[in-house]
Ligand binder design. Structure first.
Ligand SMILES: Nc1nc2c(c(=O)[nH]1)N[C@H]1C(S)=C(S)[C@@H](COP(=O)(O)OP(=O)(O)OC[C@H]3O[C@@H](n4cnc5c(N)ncnc54)[C@H](O)[C@@H]3O)O[C@H]1N2
Ligand code: MOO
Length: 421
C-alpha cells in the first residue's frame, strides 16, 4: 500500500522545549499578577491562647504589660545600691530575702546587702547584684571583690518588650515561641483568622483510590493525598472533594458543590489543552479563566480561574508538576487569601554537587537534597517520577536565563521547610 507523502514537523528532542507561537508567562509575572489580584477572604474570631498556635493573627497585638514587668535579678546572690570600685568590699546582710513571686517589703539602706534569688523583683534600694558564687558569707556579712558596674546581674523593666509596644504584627502565623511572648506580655486570647478552607479535587478517568483494585490502564490517585497533606502542612483546612471523571457535566457539578463548601478549589489534571482537559475548558467557558502557559519546568500548564466567585487553581496532573506548582504558586496565593500575606520561600546559596546545562526562557525546579554541604539533584527530571519528591529535601531553583552549572557552582536551594512543610 502506498503511503501519502506528508512532511513531519521538525524534530524536537526536548519535550520541554517551549513551543513557538505560545505566549509563555514568566514565573515572576504570573506571581505578581496573583499577588495583585487576590485579597483576604477569611473571617475573624477570638481564640484562647492554647487554641491560637498555628493560627494567623487578624490584627496587630500590643503588649498589655512590659516584659519583664519590673526590674529583677538575673542571678541568685546579694543585692545592694550602686556600683563597686576595684578592690575588696564588705557589706552587712539584712534579715530577710527577695524571691521570685515574694518581693521584699522593706527598703535596703545604702551600704547594706540583701539575699536575692533569680527572678525576684529588685527591692527599693537595690540596683546591683553580686553572684552568690563570688562572695564569702560570714558573721552576717558578705565579702567580695570589685569592680562591679551599677545594674550588674539585673534585668531592667521592659528591656524585652515595653507595655503598649507592638508584640506581634497582623498576619503573623503564631509559632510556639509566640505562645511564650503573648503569655509574657499579658494576652490570654487573640483575634485570629478563621481557617482558609481549601478543597482538593482530582480529575481523570484513569484514577482509582489507593486500596482499590487497579485494572489495566488505571493508576492510583497520588495527587489528592499529597495535596491534602500539603495544604494541611502549609497551614490551611484541607477539604477532600474526591475525584471527578473526565466528563464536563460531572466535573461542573463537582465544582458547583465545591464552591459552596470551600474558599478555594485546587484541582489536579486536565489543566492543559488536550481533548480531555476539562478543567481548563470549563473555566474558559465560565469566562473567568487565565490559562497560563508558564515558563516553568515542571508545571507549565496551570489553569487559574473563578468558579461561582471561588478561585480555582487547576494544577497539572503530573504529580511533580502538581507539587511544584502548589509550592511556587498556590502557597503564596493561599497565604495571602488566608490573611498571612504573600509568603516568599527562603532560599540558600549552596555549592552544587551536579552538572547541568539549561536553555534560556524558563525557570526550572529540580528535586534536590543537601548532603555534605552540597546540593544533590535527583537523577531524573521526569515529571511523573514521584519517588524523587520523597527522595528530596527541597528544590533547587534555576533562574529564567541560560545557565551552565558545574559541580561547586553556587545554586539556590529552597528546603521544603521554607515552604512551610
Ligand atoms: N502535546 C502535549 N502534551 C502535553 C504537554 C504539552 O505541552 N503538549 N504538556 C505536558 C505537561 S508538561 C504536563 S504537566 C501535562 C499536564 O496535563 P494535564 O494537567 O492536562 O494533566 P493530565 O493530562 O490530566 O495528566 C497528566 C499526567 O498526570 C497523571 N495524573 C493526573 N492526575 C493524577 C493523580 N491524581 N495522581 C497521579 N497521577 C495523576 C495522568 O495520568 C497523566 O499521566 O501534560 C503533558 N502533556
Ligand atoms: O512540566 Mo509538566 O508541567 O512537566 O509535568
Amino acid at each position: 500500500m502506498s503511503k501519502p507523502d506528508i512532511a513531519p514537523p521538525p524534530l524536537r528532542n526536548d519535550c520541554f522545549a517551549l513551543p513557538a507561537g505560545v505566549n509563555w508567562t514568566p514565573v515572576d509575572e504570573a506571581l505578581a499578577l496573583l499577588r495583585d489580584r487576590l485579597t483576604v477572604v477569611t473571617g475573624v474570631e477570638t481564640a484562647p491562647l492554647r487554641q491560637a498556635a498555628g493560627r494567623i493573627l487578624a490584627g496587630d497585638v500590643l503588649a498589655q504589660r512590659s516584659n519583664p514587668p519590673q526590674p529583677n535579678t538575673a542571678v541568685d546572690g546579694y543585692g545592694f545600691a550602686g556600683a563597686v570600685p576595684e578592690g575588696p568590699c564588705v557589706l552587712p546582710v539584712l534579715q530577710g530575702r527577695a524571691a521570685a513571686g515574694f518581693p521584699f517589703a522593706g527598703e535596703v539602706p545604702q551600704g547594706y546587702a540583701l539575699r536575692v534569688l533569680t527572678g525576684a523583683a529588685l527591692p527599693k534600694g537595690v540596683e546591683t547584684v553580686i553572684l552568690e558564687e563570688d562572695v564569702t558569707l560570714e558573721l552576717g556579712h558578705i565579702a567580695f571583690r570589685g569592680p562591679l558596674k551599677q545594674g550588674a546581674n539585673t534585668r531592667k523593666a521592659g528591656e524585652d518588650v515595653v507595655e503598649g509596644a507592638l508584640a506581634l504584627p497582623a498576619g503573623r502565623r503564631l509559632t510556639p515561641a509566640d505562645m511564650a511572648l503573648l503569655s509574657a506580655v499579658g494576652l490570654a486570647e487573640v483575634s485570629v483568622r478563621k481557617a482558609l478552607r481549601v478543597g482538593v479535587l482530582s480529575t481523570g478517568d484513569e484514577l482509582v483510590e489507593p486500596g482499590d483494585a487497579a485494572g489495566p490502564g488505571q493508576i492510583y490517585d497520588a495527587n489528592r493525598p499529597m495535596l491534602l497533606s500539603l495544604v494541611e502542612r502549609i497551614g490551611f483546612e484541607a477539604v477532600d472533594l474526591g475525584r471527578a471523571e473526565d466528563d464536563r457535566a460531572a466535573l461542573s457539578r463537582h465544582l458547583d458543590c465545591a464552591a459552596q463548601r470551600v474558599d478555594v478549589i485546587v484541582t489536579s489534571g486536565g489543566a492543559s489543552a488536550g481533548d480531555e482537559d476539562h478543567v481548563s475548558a470549563l473555566l474558559r467557558e465560565a469566562g473567568a479563566m487565565h490559562e497560563w502557559r508558564i515558563a516553568l519546568k515542571p508545571g507549565r500548564p496551570l489553569a487559574l480561574g473563578m468558579w461561582d466567585q471561588t478561585p480555582v487553581f487547576g494544577l497539572p496532573g503530573n504529580p511533580v508538576a502538581a507539587m511544584v506548582c502548589t509550592l511556587i504558586f498556590a502557597r503564596p496565593a493561599l497565604s495571602l487569601m488566608a490573611g498571612e500575606g504573600w509568603q516568599e520561600p527562603q532560599g540558600f546559596e549552596v555549592p552544587a554537587a551536579f552538572a547541568k546545562r539549561k536553555k534560556p526562557g524558563r525557570r526550572e525546579y529540580l528535586r534536590a537534597r543537601i548532603r555534605g554541604g552540597q546540593a544533590e539533584a535527583f537523577h531524573s527530571e521526569g515529571s511523573g517520577r514521584i519517588s524523587g519528591l520523597s527522595w528530596a529535601d527541597g528544590l533547587v531553583e534555576i533562574g529564567d536565563g541560560a545557565r551552565e552549572i558545574k559541580p561547586g557552582d553556587l545554586v539556590r536551594f529552597i528546603p521544603y521547610g521554607s515552604f512551610g512543610l
